[in-house]
Design a protein around this ligand. Structure first.
Ligand code: PLP
Length: 385
């Protein structure tokens, strides 16, 4: 793991803030206006209107996100899925072929296998941890490669450097969903990715109170995606922009604290006799540990998953006995959450496919929050008892 980049915390606070300050306001005010006085703009996308993603709140947020991703430009959307679907719809045409990581987030998996397939976009799933099979999956029509930085829920670590290089060599657009890693731990643009996507619902906002998405990349690509977003209409409301903007300022301290707690929790779980298996890239026993050390700066993320001896029944009793973590899907907020992916994020997958992917019905996924790690570990231990 390299030394942590000290600049991101400063960028999170100061990048994109309007200068001069609006009426001297230290905090970016929320412009709750759907429309703006016409200023002679010639292009549809430049007319100032909330759906066209160009309110002062959008502009400030886009600049801040671009700065923290080290990208030329960024764009927010009304959810992570709006960001992902709009980006892929902007990029892919009927007849195109997509290489996608096999263990995608359930919504993205369904988007690729159902909606994009219906629109004539073919796909091949690849093992993003092992480059040896990628070239054989290429077709003349292959246009893009799509992976996730840390997969949900098994926390596999894709060979991200190899994905970006492979894409360059073969003229493909490379995309990575870096929701679980956050820009605090991972800068995909510096690794050579063309586009980085986030469910900003999670760590970027960090307070479990909005849904939002984000995309960062070159100015030309973001301009194209913004045009598609303007047509599809998945724009983030100004008030939600204000909340996301506020949440971003504390991203660094939140994520580093959550990572430290997650490592302590994962270590304790791995030692516990009631626990059969822990998936956390910060544990030396995790198959992606060495790669995670190379790729991630300042921590291994705050998501982990585990199986108990006793399977589904034990998982149900354990979850019901917890006092602090809430049994709820989603992640990245101050309150720890637990969920069983077989019932929530991966409920849409065929049970046989889930099993083949290694997602047991009794697997418990945990989003580690900002509680005191001692209280969290005490609670987990009493529930395990
Ligand atoms: N990507 C990942 C890795 C996710 O975990 C999720 C949601 O859980 C999404 C995308 C979709 O985000 P949203 O719920 O904001 O649409």
């Amino acid at each position: 793991m390299d030394a942590e980049d000290p600049r991101i915390d400063t960028q999170l606070v100061h990048a994109g803030e309007p200068r001069p300050r609006i009426e001297g306001a230290v905090v970016m005010p929320v412009f709750q206006s759907s429309t703006y006085e016409y200023g002679g703009q010639g292009r549809y996308d430049d007319v100032r209107y909330l759906r066209l993603n160009n309110s002062p709140n959008h502009v400030a947020l886009h600049d801040k996100l671009a700065a923290i991703e080290g990208a030329q430009a960024a764009l927010v959307a009304s959810s992570g899925m709006a960001a992902i679907s709009t980006t892929l719809l902007s990029l892919l045409r009927p007849g195109d072929h997509l290489l996608a990581q096999r263990t995608l987030y359930g919504g993205t998996h369904d988007l690729v296998t159902e909606l994009l397939a219906r629109l004539g976009v073919a796909h091949t799933f690849i093992d993003a941890e092992d480059p040896s099979g990628w070239a054989a999956a290429l077709r003349p029509s292959t246009r893009a490669v799509y992976v996730e930085a840390l997969t949900n829920p098994l926390l596999q670590v894709a060979d991200l450097g190899a994905v970006a290089r492979f894409a360059r060599e073969h003229g493909l657009v490379s995309l990575v969903d870096a929701t679980f890693a956050t820009p605090v731990l991972l800068r995909p643009i510096a690794l050579g990715f063309d586009l980085v996507l986030h469910s900003a619902t999670k760590y970027l906002n960090g307070h479990s109170d909005i849904v939002a998405g984000a995309i960062a990349g070159s100015a030309a690509r973001i301009d194209e995606i913004r045009h598609t977003l303007n047509l599809l209409g998945g724009s983030l409301d100004a008030h939600a922009c204000g909340l996301l903007h506020r949440g971003l300022k504390t991203l660094g301290v939140r994520v580093r604290q959550q990572c430290a707690t997650a490592l302590a929790v994962a270590t304790r779980l791995a030692e516990h006799p009631a626990v059969a298996r822990v998936c956390y890239p910060g544990l030396p026993s995790h198959p992606g540990h060495a790669r995670a050390r190379e790729l991630l700066h300042g921590g291994f993320g705050a998501m982990l998953s585990f199986e108990l001896h006793g399977g589904v029944e034990a998982a149900q009793r354990f979850t019901a006995a917890l006092r602090l973590p809430v049994d709820a899907p989603s992640l990245g907020g101050p309150e720890s959450l637990v969920t069983r992916p077989a019932l929530t994020s991966h409920a849409g997958l065929d049970p046989e496919l889930r099993r083949r992917l290694g997602i047991a019905d009794g697997l418990v996924r945990m989003s580690v929050g900002l509680e005191d790690p001692r209280d969290l570990i005490d609670d987990l231990e009493q529930a395990l008892r």
